[in-house]
Design a protein around this ligand. Sequence first.
Ligand SMILES: Cc1cc2nc3c(=O)[nH]c(=O)nc-3n(C[C@H](O)[C@H](O)[C@H](O)COP(=O)(O)OP(=O)(O)OC[C@H]3O[C@@H](n4cnc5c(N)ncnc54)[C@H](O)[C@@H]3O)c2cc1C
Length: 458
Amino acid sequence: MGGVVSRNRLVIIGGDAAGMSAAAKVRREEPDREIVVFERSPHTSYSACGIPYYIGGVVEKVEQLITRSPEKFREKYRIDVRTRQEVVEIDPAGARVRVKELDSGRESQTAYDQLLIATGATPFCPQVPGAGAGGIFGLSTLQSGIRVRQAMEQKKPRRVVVVGGGYIGLEMAEAFVRLGLKVSLVDRGTQVMGTLDPDMGKLVSDALREIGVTLYLGESLTGFETTAEQVKAVVTEQRTLPADLVILGLGTRPLSELAKAAGITLGAGGAIPVNPRQQTTVENIWAAGDCAESFHLVARRPVHIALGTVANKQGTVAGTNLAGDYATFPGVVGTAVSKVCKYEVARTGLQEKEIRQLGLEGVSATTTSKTRAGYYPGAGPITVKLWAERGSGRLLGGQIVGIEGAAKRIDGLATSLPAGLSVEEIVYLDLSYAPPYSPVWDPVQTAARQLLKKLRQG
Ligand SMILES: Cc1cc2nc3c(=O)[nH]c(=O)nc-3n(C[C@H](O)[C@H](O)[C@H](O)COP(=O)(O)OP(=O)(O)OC[C@H]3O[C@@H](n4cnc5c(N)ncnc54)[C@H](O)[C@@H]3O)c2cc1C
């Protein structure tokens, strides 16, 4: 083992959203820079976000989820992508990484000038009896999605249990219903979608029940029953649910062990702390994407939010800096959107429990109106909940559940949050209107008017 330290080589660990955004940016700025990417799966630049649609058959071929293959990166962009190679150690003193070739088991070392950690996150796996059995799947990489679809084709499951009612669990539950399977979902919360307040989550729970998903809420997972190392049932505190296939949707944790072993003290939720340029606390080591922290612009504290939107931006910022230019990632406001059954579900900023945790005094208003002018065909319900700070009237957060046309209204609120707009300013924003798109008062402004009234009443 050994290796000459190159002063020009950029090494990237992880070949998806953050890693390849950075690589592509550096290549555009520095045509001759040596870029080596280690990726332990066979794929690069894939859309994990598309996995539920691939499994549910909305997207037919897995290739449709791949933006750029390793071959394309090598040939067109001259980026030395090495797939099925896992970085197992970072040696900051020697400025090199130890790499294992997964097919041969061989190990070698590669020197770096600059190193970007873009290892992503991994599904949280509960430490309960039977958790290692076959037929239990978490979703993260494209490979993980391919494995589920293969299991569907080979084992022809009839009963699926989804454990955890976050957006990935819900998208998967809907996909399985579309395939005609019997789907149950277990969540220890009182409603699904814990990133919404319970009253908004209830709308989503009801929509899932309407399509035939059986919900077991307020129940914690205690283990799995298995036969011949295959899952047979999901066990909660209150019941045993027969299962041919289980999806874990219990959230993710950052893949930050390499960084920790390299001397980086981990931060929020075990993620890698970075400054706004995406530099870690160790010289010449950068981090971006699901493995890294972000700064929450409303809560004013570091958070770990694992989303593709953030990963792409952080990767581009890291790439800009690694190419010798200057860029900063300002932070996040916790914006997320998802399609669940008939509803579009969106949130931004702080929800009730976060407002309470931060010791802020919040006031909320919820209104239900229409996505279009009431007389225009296709108009349907949209419920908007807004939170503001008592006293200042500053917007703290918003949640939207509604039919088609509802979700992207969250972006106006996501823009208002870092701008520090008050509810009164939102009421009078010059938003667009025509009958096919909105009532004269946009549903977001209808909620803002209601909230303003409450704020004024004290
Ligand atoms: C089912 C699903 C649906 C989603 N839907 C949405 C959505 O609708 N909207 C949204 O914004 N986000 C969504 N996301 C999240 C989004 O996919 C991630 O935030 C994004 O992929 C993160 O990019 P990343 O590059 O940081 O990490 P990843 O995409 O996880 O990539 C990290 C890569 O690093 C590799 N790697 C890890 N460790 C090593 C190592 N030691 N050596 C070599 N390689 C390594 C991994 O194999 C992986 O390919 C979804 C995720 C899933 C799983």
